[in-house]
Design a protein around this ligand. Structure first.
Ligand code: ZN
Ligand code: ZN
Length: 148
């Protein structure tokens, strides 16, 4: 079990055994490096273009990264946004926080998922639930038929 002291005590420095703290281990994936952050190609991309923005120093999650780095982070987010707009699709940023991480070092996932649209006047909540239930029911019937 992860202890709170381990999760929250190692800030603003490097941590032994941490993948993102050992530059040599990730050097192949570095797209850009600044005094405060690196942009990395994800080593196991979930979609083409999947990149990470990772602070140089060890912070457990972005909630732990000092506000003094906000401007640097914003500039890199905008750079990834422009890169994706040219070569992929509009960016979605995502961070999963300290729990269920596979690497306990802050990293912002950048996915070129493209735009998603939500029209609150379309009654989408009810429509989605109804449609999802109908599709699920159909899927279950087909699975039963396949099993026969
Ligand atoms: Zn680290
Ligand atoms: Zn992650």
């Amino acid at each position: 079990m992860q202890s709170w002291s381990r999760v929250f005590s190692d800030t603003g420095t490097f941590k032994d055994g941490c993948t993102f703290c050992q530059r040599s281990g990730i050097a192949h994936y570095i797209l850009k490096e600044t005094p405060t952050f690196r942009i990395l190609a994800d080593h196991a991309p979930l979609v083409p273009g999947h990149t990470l923005i990772v602070p140089i120093h060890h912070y457990t999650c972005y909630g732990d990264v000092p506000a003094a780095l906000d401007a640097d982070l914003l500039a890199l987010k905008q750079e990834v946004q422009h890169f994706f707009a040219r070569y992929y699709a509009p960016v979605s940023f995502w961070e999963h926080g300290v729990f269920r991480q596979t690497v306990f070092h802050a990293h912002l996932h950048c996915f070129p998922f493209g735009d998603t649209y939500y029209n609150p006047s379309a009654g989408l909540h009810e429509f989605e639930v109804h449609e999802l239930q109908a599709k699920w029911h159909q899927f279950q019937q087909q699975e039963i038929n396949y099993a026969d």
